[in-house]
Design a binder for this molecule. Structure first.
Ligand SMILES: Nc1ncnc2c1ncn2[C@@H]1O[C@H](COP(=O)(O)OP(=O)(O)OP(=O)(O)O)[C@@H](O)[C@H]1O
Length: 138
């Protein structure tokens, strides 16, 4: 599930500058995400979306480790830094049980990535359009 905001909805001073966040979210280092995905190894890739490759990986969360989803921005994709910051700004404000949580982001060197909670049952889109799941609710 993705929120469809446009760069026009949110004012961003420069594509490379993080916006001021009302609800700050965690900033991950490139090293953390690289280690979580074994240097963005294909074996950890779980899909492909508008931003580029989507990975899953284990990241430390205090004393424990949790599985997260990492969407790595591919600068050749049709979405770039402005869309990235729109996603960070909007999703860091939203907390709802039916919306996937944005945990944080990475903006280091040439690397930009979004980190989300991992949904073990996959996306609604996959269920409806790929797996043909019959939903059990109206
Ligand atoms: N939070 C998540 N938990 C589990 N799997 C996920 C999660 N987010 C994405 N995926 C997997 O990665 C695939 C691609 O992700 P998704 O479609 O959300 O990317 P996107 O960048 O939002 O694409 P688009 O811009 O086309 O909406 C999904 O089909 C799903 O299989």
């Amino acid at each position: 599930m993705m929120l469809t905001g446009t760069a026009k909805d949110v004012k961003i001073s420069s594509p490379c500058t993080p916006p001021t966040l009302e609800q700050p979210c965690r900033r991950f280092s490139v090293a953390e995400l690289s280690s979580a995905t074994h240097n963005f190894d294909k074996r950890w890739c779980i899909g492909h979306g508008g931003f580029g490759m989507v990975y899953k990986g284990m990241i430390s969360n205090g004393p424990t480790k949790s599985i997260y989803v990492i969407k790595r921005l591919n600068f050749m994709s049709n979405q770039g830094a402005p869309e990235f910051w729109v996603e960070v700004k909007l999703l860091s404000r939203l907390r709802h049980c039916n919306l996937v949580h944005l945990i944080g982001y990475c903006n280091g060197g040439k690397e930009m990535a979004l980190v989300y909670e991992y949904m073990h049952n996959g996306s609604l889109f996959d269920h409806l359009h790929k797996k043909g799941t019959i939903l059990t609710w109206p």
